[in-house]
Write a protein that binds this ligand. Structure first.
Ligand code: ATP
Ligand code: MG
Length: 473
C-alpha cells in the first residue's frame, strides 16, 4: 500500500478489494482520502471507484462485515454509501465519463474507465488513486503527476483550466478552499483560468458556494482564501459588501486604513485562538458598515460613526442572502458586531462599575468571545501600541471579573418578574409593566439598588407610585 493507513482502514480497504475481486471488477481508492493520507491529514471518509456497478460492489462489501451494515444508495446516480459503526464513511461510485452543458453543472454521464474518471476530477492532487486489483494491489495510479504537485504544494487542474472551471464553476471555489486549507499555491495557468471564468460562478447554488466559503473561513489562515477570492473577482460576485471594504481614501492629508485588509488581519488574529465559525464570521462582519457610514469631517479626518449599529442591521440581510442559519448563529454574530466597540470605550480611565455592569449584562455568556474579537481587532503595526492596548484590555477584564464576582450580572434575571408586577398592581399586560421592568433593570445596572429581591420590591413600589399605581387589596 503506497499510502500510510491504520490497521482499521486496511481492514476495510481489504474487504472492498475482496468484494471487488469476487465480482471481477476493477476498483480503486480515490480522491480526498488518498490525498489526505499522503499529507498526513486526518480522514473520516474514503471514496472507492469501480469500473462497473458501484451499488453491487457496496452490497458485496457490506456482506463481508458482521453484522452486515446498511447500504444507502442512489439508483439514479449509481452511487452507494456505508456508514461503518465507528463513524468511518465509505462511498462507492462507478467510473464515469462526463460531458457538460453550458448553463448547468449537471453533466451528461456515461460509464467510463478509471482513466476517464480521473480526467473528470478537479485537481491533480484529487485524482490520485490506489489500485485494489490483484495485479498491482496498493500501487499509486497518478496520471497527472499529482504526487509531484502534492510535494510542491500546488493546485493544478488535470485538463485545460478554463474548460475544467467552465464545466463546473464550483471548482473555482474548491481550488481557493484547498489553497487556504492546505497552504498550497494555485498554479499560474489554473489561476488565470479562475480569473477568466469567475463570472460563471453565478450558475452554482448559494448553498454550495457558502459551504466552500465557510471552509475557507475555517481554514488555518483564512486571509489566504479570502484574498484569493478577492483577487480572482469571485468575491465581488458572491459577497460584494466585503469588497466594498477595500481601498483607502485620502483628503487634506488625512487617510484611513484599507478596511478589507484590516478585516482579514482581524480574522487571522482571531483564528489563532478560535476555531468557532460564528465568531470568525463576526470578525468578517465587524466593520462591514464602514463604507456605508464613512464621512469626512473638516479639520478632523475620516469617521465611521455608528458603523457597529448599521453593521448589526446588515447582518440579517447578509445571512439571508448567503443562506447562513438565521436563528441563534445570526443573533450571536449580530450581537458581536453591535458590541465590538464597547470594550474599547472601557479602556479609558475612571470607568464606573455601572458601565462595566452594562457590558456584562449586554454580552452575557458571550463576554469572552467579545473580548477575543476586540483583542483581535488591534492591528496596529506599532508593537509598543499593541502591547499597550492589550494591557488595557487586561485591565478591562480584571475590572469585569471584580464586578461580576460582586454583582453577578452576566446572567442576570430580574428578581421581580413581569407576572409579579401585574399581580401586585392588578394590571393586565400593558405599558406600565414594561416601564417598571426597565426602570428596575436600569436601577440595578446603575448601582442605585443592590441585586436582590427586597431592594427590587421596594424599588418597584416606589416606581409604581410615581406612575400613580397602588398595590391592590
Ligand atoms: P473534503 O472532503 O475535504 O471536502 P475532498 O477532495 O475529499 O475534500 P469531496 O467533495 O469529498 O472533496 O470529493 C471527493 C473527491 O471527488 C475529490 O477528491 C475529487 O476527486 C472529486 N470531486 C469532488 N468534487 C468535485 C468537482 N466539483 N469536480 C471534480 N471532481 C470533484
Ligand atoms: Mg472527502
Amino acid at each position: 500500500m503506497q499510502i500510510p493507513c491504520s490497521e482499521k482502514e486496511l481492514f476495510v480497504i481489504d474487504k472492498v478489494a475482496r468484494a471487488s475481486g469476487s465480482l471481477g471488477l476493477e476498483s480503486y481508492l480515490i480522491g480526498g482520502f488518498v490525498r489526505d493520507k499522503l499529507l498526513g491529514r486526518e480522514t473520516k471518509d474514503a471514496d472507492f471507484v469501480c469500473a462497473g456497478d458501484a451499488i453491487e460492489l457496496a452490497s458485496a462489501t457490506a456482506r463481508l462485515f458482521d453484522p452486515v451494515p446498511r447500504v444507502d444508495y442512489f439508483k439514479n446516480f449509481g452511487t452507494a454509501h456505508i456508514r461503518l459503526s465507528d463513524g468511518f464513511d465509505i462511498e462507492f461510485v462507478g467510473a464515469r465519463k462526463e460531458s457538460y452543458q453550458r448553463d448547468s453543472r449537471k453533466p451528461a454521464v456515461e460509464p467510463g474507465s478509471i482513466k476517464d474518471d480521473q480526467d473528470r476530477r478537479d485537481f491533480t492532487i484529487n485524482a490520485l488513486a490506489i489500485s485494489l486489483n490483484h495485479a498491482d494491489y496498493g500501487q499509486l495510479i497518478d496520471p497527472f503527476d499529482g504526487l509531484k504537485d502534492l510535494e510542491a504544494k500546488i493546485i493544478r487542474t488535470p485538463l485545460a483550466p478554463v474548460q475544467t472551471f467552465s464545466d463546473d464553476p464550483l471548482r473555482m471555489m474548491r481550488a481557493i478552499r484547498f489553497a487556504s486549507q492546505l497552504g498550497f499555491a494555485i498554479e499560474e495557468n489554473t489561476w488565470q483560468g479562475i480569473r477568466d471564468t469567475a463570472s460563471r460562478i453565478s450558475i452554482i447554488s448559494q448553498e454550495r458556494i457558502t459551504d466552500e466559503l465557510n471552509k475557507i473561513i475555517l481554514s488555518p489562515k483564512p486571509s489566504v482564501g479570502l484574498d484569493l477570492l478577492y483577487r480572482s473577482g469571485l468575491l465581488r460576485i458572491i459577497f460584494p459588501q466585503m469588497v466594498d471594504l477595500a481601498g483607502a481614501e485620502y483628503k487634506d492629508g488625512h487617510g484611513h486604513k484599507d478596511n478589507f485588509y484590516h478585516t482579514l488581519q482581524v480574522l487571522d488574529n482571531l483564528s489563532v485562538y478560535s476555531a468557532d465559525l460564528w465568531l470568525r464570521w463576526a470578525a468578517v462582519l465587524h466593520d462591514i458598515a464602514k463604507p456605508a457610514t464613512k464621512k469626512f469631517e473638516e479639520g478632523h479626518g475620516w469617521t465611521f460613526h455608528g458603523h457597529e449599529v448599521v453593521g448589526g442591521r446588515m447582518v440579517p440581510k447578509i445571512f439571508g442572502k448567503l443562506k447562513l442559519p438565521t436563528h441563534e448563529e445570526m443573533r450571536f454574530v449580530r450581537k458581536m458586531v453591535e458590541l465590538h466597540l464597547r470594550p474599547i470605550s472601557l479602556t479609558k480611565e475612571n470607568i464606573t462599575d455601572s458601565a462595566i455592569r452594562r457590558l456584562l449584562f449586554d454580552a452575557g455568556d458571550d463576554f469572552d468571545s467579545l473580548m477575543m474579537l476586540c483583542e483581535a481587532d488591534i492591528t496596529s503595526k506599532n508593537k509598543q501600541k499593541v502591547k499597550k492596548y492589550l494591557e488595557n484590555f487586561q485591565l478591562v477584564r480584571q475590572h469585569c471579573r471584580k464586578v461580576e464576582e460582586k454583582d453577578h450580572v452576566r446572567n442576570w434575571q430580574p428578581p421581580i418578574s413581569g407576572e409579579l408586577i401585574m399581580e401586585t398592581f392588578g394590571l393586565p399586560p400593558s405599558k406600565p409593566v414594561g416601564i417598571i421592568k426597565d426602570a428596575l433593570k436600569d436601577a440595578m445596572l446603575d448601582g442605585v439598588i443592590p441585586n436582590n429581591y427586597e431592594a427590587a420590591f421596594a424599588f418597584m413600589l416606589a416606581k409604581a407610585a410615581e406612575l400613580g399605581l397602588q398595590p391592590k387589596g
